[in-house]
Design a protein around this ligand. Structure first.
Ligand code: SAH
Length: 409
């Protein structure tokens, strides 16, 4: 008797797959089936909340009872995701009778099909079977994933992003690098960094991320571009477009999230106007992460049902201000101020003048999520003076509201 499996890639789009069981195993298996387009029929008296949400959203059909053999009518594949061996065996028997392959979570030795350990890279799917040992399969899969993750090239690039583009496959990715800790970049952002030919980085991006770039990557330090701020932005736009047109994958790396006071929108428009395709990869924004790093949740049950993020770089009384500070003073939720240190005295005075209590708790978090993080706790009335006394410097986030003490014990 041979124990050698015969590997296949099942094309499940629109085809019925029956999953028996609604617990953790099913919760782990169902997403890949849905991703493959399978018509999933889930048979289980109860579902985990995650599966329930998918059923409620109409992504799969749920039959809320125990398995009956007729459930397999019209199915191409069945996944048994229950641990009761007697019930699992009855599913196996019904499947065998109908010549339907049956995956068994409880006992792989009696299954007629095995699910491999998988890693996906653009159009490439690598599936590993470990000769009966799932841990061996996962170890090999991890090694292959690391190998492919460190590699770039057209073979592993999704087909939709290639083809008839006027710029020979060049493109720009606007990537949020997160607030400071290099581990707070997204998985997608990090992958794009490993694939990049050119990286255009801001002052605020975590230095350690740049340290990891391949030596042949061209690194453009956007903060070192001379001329005034608006000329510099034009110059950045020009670099993004030029490099992409010559076929490069250009990663525009920005602190936090690219669309939160990051001028990401302008760069997207400049690329679009030049016909350069752009991907936007959101990032963990300092407006939420900096308070969190200081133990401050921006919302908290029974304390704050809103948070407002505002830039303080224009003084409240300036004709150029787009912020209605007097309206913000009337809110009772959390106010998060970015780029606010220089104008902090004027900002806090304006909020107080329009009715926010000077006793409202306030905090300032400098260089959040880095080794140099500093936190100051104060009140709306005193925070501007306290910041000067403590010599806090940008980059810093100011948080105003009762949430500042929400987690104090
Ligand atoms: N796109 C960024 C914000 C850019 S504006 C984001 O989503 O986070 C720059 C301002 O962000 C700084 O002046 C400061 O107010 C805030 N900031 C960015 N990183 C920070 C950090 N690590 N700690 C505190 N504030 C930070």
């Amino acid at each position: 008797m041979s124990t050698n499996p015969y590997p296949l890639g099942l094309r499940l789009d629109g085809r019925r797959v029956v999953v028996v069981g609604g617990g953790v195993v099913a919760t782990r298996r169902v997403p890949a089936l849905l991703d493959a387009g399978a018509d999933v029929l889930l048979v289980a008296p109860e579902l985990t909340p995650a599966l329930r949400a998918r059923a409620d959203a109409g992504r799969l059909r749920w039959v809320p009872r125990r398995f009956e053999p007729d459930d397999l009518d019209g199915a191409w594949l069945v996944q048994v995701a229950i641990d009761d061996p007697v019930a699992a065996e009855s599913v196996s028997a019904a499947a065998a009778e109908r010549r339907i392959f049956c995956v068994r979570a409880d006992d792989r030795t009696v299954a007629t099909a095995w699910t491999p350990a998988v890693t996906r890279h653009g159009p490439v799917t690598v599936a590993v079977l470990g000769g009966g040992d799932p841990r061996r399969a996962m170890t090999v899969r991890d090694a292959i994933r690391d190998l492919l993750g460190a590699r770039k090239g057209p073979l592993l690039t999704p087909a939709v992003e290639e083809g008839s583009l006027p710029n020979a496959g060049g493109r720009v990715a606007l990537v949020g690098a997160g607030p400071g800790d290099p581990e707070l970049i997204t998985v997608k952002g990090r992958r794009l960094l490993t694939e990049a030919d050119v990286v255009v980085a801001d002052r605020l991006v975590p230095g350690l991320l740049l340290d990891e770039l391949r030596p042949d990557v061209e690194l453009v330090d956007a903060s070192k571009i001379p001329y005034g701020p608006s000329r510099a932005q034009e110059e950045i736009n020009r670099i993004l477009v030029d490099r992409a047109r010559s076929g490069a994958l250009v990663v525009r790396l920005k602190g936090g999230d690219p669309y939160v006071f990051g001028r990401g929108g302008e760069e997207l428009l400049a690329c679009a106007a030049a016909g350069v395709p752009v991907t936007v990869v959101p990032g963990v924004t300092s407006s939420i992460a900096a308070p969190a790093a200081a133990g401050i949740p921006v919302t908290h049950r029974a304390v704050a049902h809103e948070f407002t993020v505002v830039s303080g770089h224009v003084a409240p009384d300036s004709p150029a201000s787009l912020v209605r500070w007097e309206a913000l003073a009337g809110l009772r939720g959390t106010l998060v101020i970015l780029m606010g240190l220089k104008n902090l005295a004027a900002i806090t005075a304006t909020l107080i003048a329009h009715g926010r209590s000077p006793r409202t708790p306030a905090a300032v978090v400098q260089e959040a999520t880095t080794g140099a993080q500093r936190v100051l706790r104060s009140t709306l009335g005193a925070v501007a003076t306290d910041v000067l006394a403590a010599d806090l410097r940008p980059p810093a986030v100011v948080v105003v509201g009762d949430v500042v003490h929400a987690l104090d014990s």
